[in-house]
Design a protein around this ligand. Structure first.
Ligand code: URA
Length: 435
């Protein structure tokens, strides 16, 4: 394979053969192709796209660049959920133990946050002692034993995605539907799943700004995943408003625990239950969505997923006593400042996820580069959500910061994230479509 001719072919909008794409991935992973040439190919793909056959070839080559998890035969289906990323999106944390209690095996391989979108691994690392670095054998053994593992991509799983994503991130080639499809599905196919539920977010704080773009990405992922033998559904969900009432790593873990105790905010609980319900139907464990929702809600209310959470924490090295002690604290950041409505009152009609995500990132809770060391204690909680009524002097949110100066600066920016209306306001639906 002559790599230059691949770049030229794609630049001119021609197809690349599956064999050449597989070679390109193999040679890049083996460090035989320099970054500048792969960056040029990625940019050509960004502008010219890949058709379904090319996307499939790229995805499978990326999956096969490393180890694939191998599970023993077991009646419990292997399932996972993946979100394209948002602000306050802590769904994976309560969902994983809930799915284990519903009789699934959940080898959940998660990622880190970048920019304003939070990552599950970073959130988990705010738990004292919890380790997210598990070897593939360990993931398989733990999933067989307790039904669930929450881990990072290992050094040996899908190395091609790690290298390609790092390059895409610094060359402006992330928001490409075939490249996102290949990146997400190569990792999910390496888990050897029976079923997958995708949460494809659209809106101001999502990769996909519009519902149409989200639908296109969802169709690309679901059709390829099904072709590869993974029953997949995608939920298109609104990411103009943060999910739940918290954004920031430790604050989100606390909210996830509240959700597991069946006291979670309505939008978070709805999305957790919807993801579980679609997997129950997709794996034929429930006859229809209504029955599946009831089953998931009853399981959540039983307290079993909250106990499974503790079991998961212990299995991955957490200090449970230190975790409980931390949970009991009102805050762990040095400063907490309330942002109030002042003398205004009315109905919250906007709570802007992008502004909140940017503020949390700038408080120290997000990365601008892959090497940024993040602060796991900063963030925003008690967020007032669209549709809620607020009196004068009510809390719009609380800011958890490293200093009062940073909290005050954040407060000034956050004031612009909220609009109040004198009229009742009906928030838009969270899940707008299923693909
Ligand atoms: N998440 C991924 O894992 N890959 C992408 O390319 C985008 C979001």
């Amino acid at each position: 394979m002559n790599f230059l001719s691949l770049i030229e072919a794609k630049r001119e909008g021609r197809k690349i053969s599956p064999g050449d794409l597989a070679d390109a991935v193999r040679q890049f992973t083996d460090q035989k192709i320099p970054d500048y040439q792969m960056a040029a190919l990625l940019m050509a793909i960004f502008f010219r796209g890949l058709d379904a056959g090319e996307t499939r070839a790229l995805t499978l080559a990326m999956r096969d660049s490393g180890e694939v998890l191998k599970f023993p035969a077991d009646p419990r289906p292997l399932v996972d959920k993946h979100s394209t990323g948002g602000v306050g999106d802590k769904v994976s944390l309560p969902l994983a133990p809930l799915l284990a209690c519903l009789g699934f095996r959940v080898p959940m391989i998660s990622g880190r946050g970048l920019g304003i979108t939070g990552g599950t691994l970073d959130k988990l690392e705010s738990i004292p002692g919890f380790t997210t670095q598990l070897a593939p054998d360990h993931i398989v053994a733990q999933v067989q034993q307790i039904g669930v593992a929450l881990a990072g991509q290992t050094a040996t799983m899908v190395p091609a995605d790690r290298a390609l994503y790092a390059l895409r991130d610094v060359t402006g080639t992330v928001p490409s539907i075939p490249l996102i499809t290949a990146s997400i599905l190569s990792k999910k196919l390496a888990e050897n799943l029976d079923a997958l539920v995708m949460d494809v977010k659209f809106g101001g704080a999502a990769f996909m700004q519009t519902r149409e773009q989200a639908r296109e990405l969802a169709s690309s992922i679901t059709s390829l995943a099904r072709e590869c033998g993974v029953n997949t559904r995608a939920l298109l969900t609104d990411m103009n408003t943060p999910l739940g009432r918290t954004a920031g790593h430790w604050l989100e873990v606390r909210e996830a625990v509240v959700c597991l105790e069946n006291r979670g905010p309505a939008d978070l609980q709805t999305l957790v239950v919807e993801c579980a319900a679609h997997l129950l139907v997709e794996t034929k464990k429930s006859p229809n969505l209504a029955a599946a929702r009831q089953h998931a809600l009853a399981c959540l209310a039983s307290g079993a997923p909250r106990r499974k959470w503790d079991e998961l924490l212990v299995a991955q090295g957490a200090d449970l006593a230190a975790f409980q002690k931390k949970l009991a604290l009102d805050h762990t950041a040095p400063e907490v400042v309330e942002l109030t409505t002042g003398d205004r009152a009315g109905f919250v009609s906007r709570c802007d996820a992008r502004t909140i995500g940017e503020v949390v990132r700038d408080l120290g809770g997000g990365r601008l580069t892959k090497d940024t060391v993040i602060d796991l204690d900063v963030g925003v909680d008690q967020i007032a959500k669209p549709g809620e009524v607020v009196a004068s002097g009510s809390t719009l949110c609380r800011i958890h910061a490293r200093s009062s100066e940073e909290a005050d600066a954040a407060g000034q920016r956050l004031a612009a994230a909220f609009d109040l209306s004198p009229e009742p306001f009906a928030p838009p639906p969270l899940v707008v479509e299923v693909i």
